[in-house]
Design a protein around this ligand. Structure first.
Ligand code: ATP
Ligand code: MG
Length: 253
């Protein structure tokens, strides 16, 4: 595979959910090793978009091509195997509250590898190190703060050394300082693991910090895309209203 081919490519994707066309001819490419950030208002279809990338939702029309393979036509068994290439941190958190932090991170390893117990321990420790968490392995997620839980979710997402990391609202509900810590962590993970990263966020500070490219989702498609610098300078009134967080403008008409 030639290195110029995108790692992720959404091609003319349409998706109707609950009687509403959520994605309408949505197309974008994410280059290998790039950090791509999608911003947009509540309910605009950001989570639906990220779920298309990992094949949890199938398009009504169009294609989702990952690492040169069309996942829209893949058999479920192949798609399941293919998903090992992804690490995803879900908006809802999705940690198992009945399991310790250790068992949460070990879960994908037990499921998808033939690692011995000591290999699992070693890998879990590595992942906890990576997200700068110490001394929490035996705790339950419910005993941790929101920021720590988020980091446990990241540790689990990277446990299988995925080529692609997906983050759905990694900093929502966290204070500005912890949000910044999490943003630094995403940059660090992206660099050290050399992954392709797609992050969804409402937080423009986080977006500009972690992105190689920022894209704005509006009415079912990407209406603006650029580097943090060009995006910030966009003349598009939709983009400017969103960046400035103004109540008046095309987004609220
Ligand atoms: N499984 C589903 N069944 C029916 N409707 C759905 C489903 N999933 C999403 N939707 C609808 O699709 C639209 C987009 O939802 P989505 O979760 O992608 O929004 P979002 O941009 O992630 O919003 P937020 O910023 O609040 O997380 C919403 O109107 C939602 O109600
Ligand atoms: Mg969402």
């Amino acid at each position: 595979m030639n290195d110029n081919t995108p790692m992720i490519s959404l091609q003319h994707v349409d998706k109707t959910l609950g009687g509403r066309k959520v994605l309408d001819d949505m197309s974008f490419d994410v280059g290998r090793g790039d950090s791509f950030v999608i911003v947009g208002g509540s309910g605009v279809g950001k989570s639906v978009t990220i779920k298309h990338i990992i094949g949890l939702i199938k398009p009504d029309r169009g294609h989702v091509v990952v690492d040169g393979q069309d996942i829209t036509t893949m058999r479920p068994i192949d798609l399941n195997r293919f998903r090992r290439r992804f690490g995803m941190s879900f908006q809802e958190g999705a940690l198992f509250d009945s399991m310790s932090v250790f068992e949460n991170i070990a879960f994908p390893l037990r499921r998808h590898t033939k690692f011995t117990d000591s290999q699992i321990r070693e890998r879990v420790d590595e992942c906890l190190d990576m997200v700068h968490l110490e001394g929490v392995s035996s705790k339950r997620p419910s005993e941790l703060s929101g920021g720590m839980r988020r980091r446990v979710g990241f540790a689990r997402a990277i446990s299988l050394k995925p080529a692609i990391l997906l983050f759905d609202e990694p900093t929502t509900g966290l204070d500005p300082v912890i949000s910044d810590v999490i943003a630094d962590l995403i940059v660090e993970m992206d660099r050290t693991l050399n992954t392709t990263t797609v992050t969804i966020t409402h937080d423009m500070k986080v977006a500009f910090k972690i992105a190689d490219r920022v894209a704005m989702l509006y009415k079912g498609r990407i209406v603006e895309e650029g580097t943090p610098e060009t995006f910030q300078q966009s003349q598009n009134p939709i983009v400017q209203q969103f960046i400035q967080g103004r109540a008046e403008g095309p987004l609220t008409e």
